[in-house]
Design a protein around this ligand. Structure first.
Ligand SMILES: [Mn+2]
Length: 356
């Protein structure tokens, strides 16, 4: 299991933006060899989500990300994750909106129920006057990917106006143990990306090493670059342990059922100034939630201010915090990880609400 990569971010201001993001989706569908039907479904999902934002809210954002995963027959399957983000009035009649065939009066959209049906995976978080985030996953083939032990949510996008993100992240796994890195290259733009990319490139080859060793190796690999803030966490669910090492300004928090822990990074710049490197060990519980983010996200968020959000798909958690707490003047990355509910036995209350 290896996951990494920045997203394509589309800021929507008017209907012309809908066509732009739909075209980008078509390009991805071609690259990933979606068949015609699946490509059409992806286009419908994107169009509906983007049109809803423009029509009912006025502006918002669509994020697209490519995923590769092993399918149940061992073949690699590819998919596109679509996240639709707005700060609009929220959907107050979600049950009604989710009914198949229901579409908002006066529009010719296919409706949220159809979007949900066309997506292989779907989750939604909406609050009155605070907006809506929809997380959707569509795979290239009918063949579903193997259920993953970990659920991962990510937003990793450049500062507005930049094409290249100076933050990056990577996750590599060996069996059930997961290693995560979030790296923020100094400043932003291509030179920042060189530093961040050099750091995250180490995660897969060094996945069997400890977090301190990985940060130390990153320090060597980043010599001659601008340098980066780097945080590495390794979660071993079988031994109920999380080991962590960080240098620079990456914020990492673990939420347990009744409390939470902020994980400490030391000051410094990986690649130029590594004064102190220290590993910390924390408990990991099967229902724990880890949230790591670069300083492009303000640290003032409080997950408990969002009822039920922590039980939603991590993609929604990442997108809601990004929407409400990203700083305008920096690249932003947030990664949210927890064990898949299929394995931990807890069910998504959002799914229950939708089905109920
Ligand atoms: Mn930054």
């Amino acid at each position: 299991m290896i996951s990494y990569g920045t997203q394509l971010a589309f800021r929507l201001e008017d209907t012309s933006g809908v066509a732009v993001v739909r075209r980008a989706g078509s390009v991805l569908a071609r690259q990933l060899q979606f068949d015609e039907i699946r490509a059409g479904q992806l286009a419908l999902i994107i169009t509906e989500a983007a049109t809803n934002i423009v029509k009912h809210v006025g502006h918002g954002e669509i994020l697209l990300r490519v995923l590769h995963q092993k399918s149940v027959t061992g073949l690699e399957t590819s998919g596109v994750e679509v996240i639709a983000i707005d700060k609009g009035p929220g959907i107050t009649d979600l049950h009604l909106q989710m009914k198949d065939g229901h579409s908002t009066a006066g529009t010719y959209g296919i409706g949220l129920g159809a979007v949900r049906r066309l997506s292989h995976e779907f989750d939604i978080y909406t609050l009155p006057d605070r907006g809506t985030v929809i997380w959707m996953m569509i795979w290239a083939t009918e063949e579903q990917p193997v259920p993953a032990f970990w659920q991962i949510g990510v937003v990793c996008v450049p500062i507005e106006g930049e094409e290249i993100c100076g933050d990056n992240w990577a996750i590599a796994g060996y069996q059930r143990t997961l290693t995560l890195m979030v790296a923020d290259g100094l400043g932003h733009g291509p030179d920042a990306a060189i530093a961040a990319n050099a750091a995250v490139a180490l995660v897969a080859p060094l996945a069997d090493q400890t977090p301190a060793v990985i940060v130390q190796r990153a320090h060597g690999a980043l010599q001659g670059t601008r340098g980066a803030a780097v945080a590495v966490g390794k979660i071993d669910p079988d031994n109920a342990r999380l080991v962590f090492a960080g240098v620079g300004n990456i914020s990492v928090c673990v939420f347990y059922t009744n409390n939470s822990r902020h994980l400490l990074s030391h000051n410094g710049i990986v690649g130029s100034n590594l004064r102190k490197l220290q590993e910390f060990s924390e408990a990991w519980e099967s229902d724990a939630l880890l949230i790591a983010h670069s300083d492009g996200i303000n640290t003032r968020w409080n997950i408990d201010a969002y009822p039920e959000l922590r039980h939603c798909h991590p993609g929604l958690i990442a997108a809601v915090i990004y929407r409400d707490f990203s700083r305008e003047r920096d690249d932003a990355t947030i990664v949210v990880i927890r064990e898949s509910s299929i394995f931990s036995g807890t069910s998504s209350s959002a799914a229950e609400a939708l089905n109920g």
